[in-house]
Design a binder for this molecule. Structure first.
Ligand code: FAD
Length: 553
C-alpha cells in the first residue's frame, strides 16, 4: 500500500495527458507535481538527511504516472532545495517558499558544450566594485542546457553554477541563487529558448538558458568568496546533491519495472489466440517467449526492490561522499540497464498495444532513457568507479555470500581488469586503457550490482525461486565467462532459465499481486473494464442520420 494510492485514482492522475495539447500537458505536470508535494510535505531536514520519507517519496510509483512531474519534483527538492540548504544563512525565506511550491526550483549546471566535463563550464559571475555580481553567458556553448526555465505560472529560482571572478582571477565554480522569472515574464537579462520536444516521453519543457549582464546581490553567492586550493574537491562538494539524485533515479526505474511487468503480465493473461492443434482459445502467457519476458520482469522487480532498500540503507549509513556516490552509481547502473532492456522487451510482447502511450510501457521506456543520463550518466559513473575499483580507492561492499557464482564472476572480472592495467607500461597505458577497459566498465559495475542485488534478496528472504530466475537472467549478460570458468554450458544456462520460469508459472496471479502496483497500472490493456472505459473516451466518428452514402454519389 502506497501513500499516494488515492491520488493515483483521482482525475488529476487519470486524465489521459497524451491526448492534450502540448502546453496543457506542461501545466498539468506542474499541477501533479504540486499535488504530490502537498501529499508528502517534505521538510528541509527530510531533504538534507535523505530521510526515510524522502526515500518513500522517490520510491512511490505515482512518480512514474507522470515522469515530467517527477523530474520537476526531484530537481526542485533534491538539486535546488538540497543545494540551497547546504548554505542556509540568509536563505530561510526562499527555502520556505520553495517548500510550499510558491516558488519552483531549478538547477543549472550543464552547459551545451560541457555536459560530462562540467568542470569546464564557462558561465561567469564577476564581482563588481559595488559588491554586486554580474552573471554572464560568454559563448553559445555556455548556454545552460536542459532545465525548464521558461515561465510556467509559478515564479522560478535556480541554483546556477558559474565561475566566480574576483579581480580578474577565477576563484572556481560556485553555486549562485538566481531568480529566473515571476511565473509569466523572464527577469532582465535572462533568455530561455525552448528546445524542440523529446519524442515519446512525458514532456518536460527543456530549454537553453542565457544570462546577459544579469545583476545579482553579493548574497546570491552560496558560500563564501575564498579561493579553494583543491578546485576539484570543492566542485564535488558543491554538486553533492547530484549524488543523491543518482540514487533517486534507481527508485524511479524500479517503479517503471513493476508497472511494466504488471501491465504486460495482465495483457498476456487476457489476450488469447486460437491454438493450432486444439482449436481452442489459449492465453498468450502460455507461450514460453511471453512467460520468459513477464517472469523475468517480476523476478527482476522483486530482487531490485530488495537491492533498492539495501542501497538506501548503505547510502545513509556512510558519511563518506565517495562511498555514497559509489553505492548510488552501482544501483543506478544496474537497475537502469535492467529497466531499459526489460521495458523494451515487455513493450514488444504486448504487440501493437505496447506502442501506445496509454499503455504506459513505451513512455516509461523513453522517460528512463532520460533518467539514465541525468544526475550521473550511467557510462560516465561506470568509468569513474571502475578506475577507482582498479586502483583500490573504493572497495566492493562486503560479500554476504562469497561463494555465490555471481560473487565469483565479479571478483574474476575485477581481477582481470586490474591485471590488464597493472601489466601495461606507463607508455602504453593511455591508449590500451581507452580501448580495452572503457568498453568493460559498465559491465563490471552491472556485475557488481547483480551480486549486491542477490545478497540483498537473500538477506530479505526473497523466495529462492525468484532469486534463481534473477540469477539465470543476469548470467546471460556475460554468458561466455560462465561457460569458461564454471560448469555452466550455454544449454545449461538456458535450462536454468526455463526451469526457473516453469517453477513460478502456477503462481502468476499472486506474483502479479505482489508487485503491489494495481492502482498505478492505468493502461487500458490490463483489464476488460479498463479497456471498455478507455474505448468510451475515444473520439468517435459516425454517420449522420440525415446523410446516407447513396445521396453523396
Ligand atoms: C532528462 C534530463 C534532464 C536534465 N536536467 C538537467 C538539469 O535540471 N540541470 C542540468 O544542469 N542538467 C540537466 N541535464 C543535463 C545532464 O546533466 C547532461 O545531459 C549530462 O551531464 C550529460 O551531458 P551531455 O548530455 O552533454 O553529454 P556529453 O557530455 O556530450 O556526453 C555524450 C557521450 O559522450 C561520451 N563521453 C563523454 N565524455 C566521456 C569520457 N570522459 N569518457 C568516455 N566517454 C565519454 C559518453 O558516451 C557520453 O554518454 C538533464 C539531462 C537529461 C537527459
Amino acid at each position: 500500500m502506497h501513500r499516494s494510492e488515492k491520488l493515483a485514482l483521482s482525475s488529476l492522475f487519470r486524465t489521459k495527458s497524451e491526448t492534450l495539447p502540448w502546453h496543457d500537458r506542461i501545466v498539468l505536470s506542474y499541477e501533479r507535481a504540486k499535488a504530490i508535494a502537498a501529499l508528502y510535505k517534505l521538510t528541509v531536514d527530510d531533504v538534507v538527511n535523505v530521510s526515510a520519507k524522502y526515500w518513500e517519496f522517490h520510491m512511490d510509483p505515482i512518480q512514474m504516472l507522470d515522469f515530467a512531474a517527477a523530474t520537476l519534483l526531484t530537481v526542485h527538492y533534491n538539486l535546488c532545495i538540497g543545494t540551497i540548504a547546504m548554505f542556509p544563512a540568509g536563505n530561510q525565506q526562499v527555502l520556505q517558499r520553495l517548500l510550499s511550491f510558491e516558488l519552483s526550483g531549478q538547477f543549472c549546471l550543464s552547459e551545451l558544450g560541457h555536459g560530462l566535463d562540467a568542470l569546464q563550464i564557462e558561465t561567469t559571475a564577476t564581482l563588481l566594485d559595488t559588491g554586486e555580481l554580474e552573471l554572464e553567458t560568454p559563448s553559445d556553448a555556455a548556454a545552460k542546457f536542459m532545465p525548464p526555465t521558461t515561465p510556467c505560472g509559478i515564479p522560478c529560482v535556480a541554483v546556477v553554477f558559474a565561475r566566480l571572478i574576483v579581480d580578474r582571477m577565477d576563484r572556481g565554480i560556485r553555486p549562485f541563487l538566481v531568480p529566473i522569472h515571476d511565473g509569466r515574464t523572464m527577469y532582465r537579462g535572462i533568455v530561455s529558448r525552448v528546445l524542440s520536444p523529446r519524442e515519446g516521453s512525458h514532456p518536460v519543457q527543456h530549454t537553453l538558458t542565457y544570462f546577459h549582464k544579469v545583476r545579482l546581490p553579493g548574497t546570491a553567492l552560496l558560500g563564501d568568496m575564498t579561493t579553494s586550493l583543491d578546485v576539484k574537491s570543492a566542485f564535488s562538494h558543491n554538486i553533492f546533491r547530484t549524488v543523491v539524485g543518482t540514487l533517486s533515479m534507481g527508485a524511479f526505474a524500479l517503479s517503471s519495472m513493476r508497472i511494466a511487468s504488471y501491465v504486460a503480465g495482465q495483457y498476456s493473461r487476457r489476450r488469447t489466440v486460437i491454438h493450432p492443434s486444439t482449436g481452442k482459445p489459449e492465453a498468450i502467457i502460455a507461450f514460453s517467449t511471453q512467460k520468459l519476458a513477464v517472469f523475468t520482469g517480476i523476478a527482476q522487480s522483486i530482487v531490485m526492490t530488495a537491492f533498492c532498500n539495501k542501497a538506501y540503507s548503505m547510502f545513509t549509513s556512510t558519511e563518506d561522499p565517495r562511498q555514497k556516490l559509489f553505492i548510488a552509481a552501482v544501483l543506478k547502473t544496474t537497475i537502469v540497464q535492467h529497466c531499459s532492456s526489460l521495458l523494451s522487451v515487455l513493450s514488444d510482447r504486448c504487440g501493437a498495444q505496447g506502442l501506445f502511450a496509454a499503455n504506459q510501457i513505451s513512455v516509461m521506456h523513453a522517460d528512463i532513457r532520460g533518467a539514465a543520463i541525468a544526475e550521473g550518466d550511467v557510462l560516465g559513473i561506470s568509468i569513474r568507479f571502475t578506475f577507482e575499483l582498479i586502483r583500490g580507492r573504493v572497495s566492493p561492499p562486503a560479500y554476504l555470500n562469497p561463494d555465490h557464482i555471481l560473487a565469483k564472476h565479479e571478483k574474476s572480472v575485477l581481477a582481470e581488469l586490474r591485471g590488464i592495467v597493472g601489466g601495461r607500461s606507463e607508455h602504453h597505458r593511455g591508449q590500451e586503457i581507452e580501448s580495452i577497459i572503457l568498453p568493460r566498465c559498465q559491465g563490471l559495475m552491472e556485475g557488481l550490482g547483480h551480486r549486491l542485488a542477490v545478497d540483498a534478496a537473500i538477506e530479505a528472504q526473497v523466495d529462492p525461486r525468484i532469486i534463481d530466475l534473477y540469477v539465470a537472467s543476469v548470467i546471460k549478460h556475460d554468458s561466455s565467462w560462465y561457460t569458461e570458468h564454471t560448469n555452466l554450458s550455454g544449454s545449461t544456462q538456458r535450462q536454468m532459465e526455463r526451469s526457473s520460469v516453469e517453477a513460478l508459472y502456477p503462481e502468476l496471479e499472486s506474483l502479479l499481486g505482489k508487485l503491489d502496483i494495481t492502482n498505478y497500472a492505468i493502461a487500458p490493456i490490463v483489464s476488460d473494464e479498463q479497456w471498455t472505459g478507455y474505448v468510451n473516451t475515444l473520439p468517435m466518428f459516425t454517420h449522420s442520420p440525415f446523410l446516407d452514402v447513396q445521396s453523396r454519389l
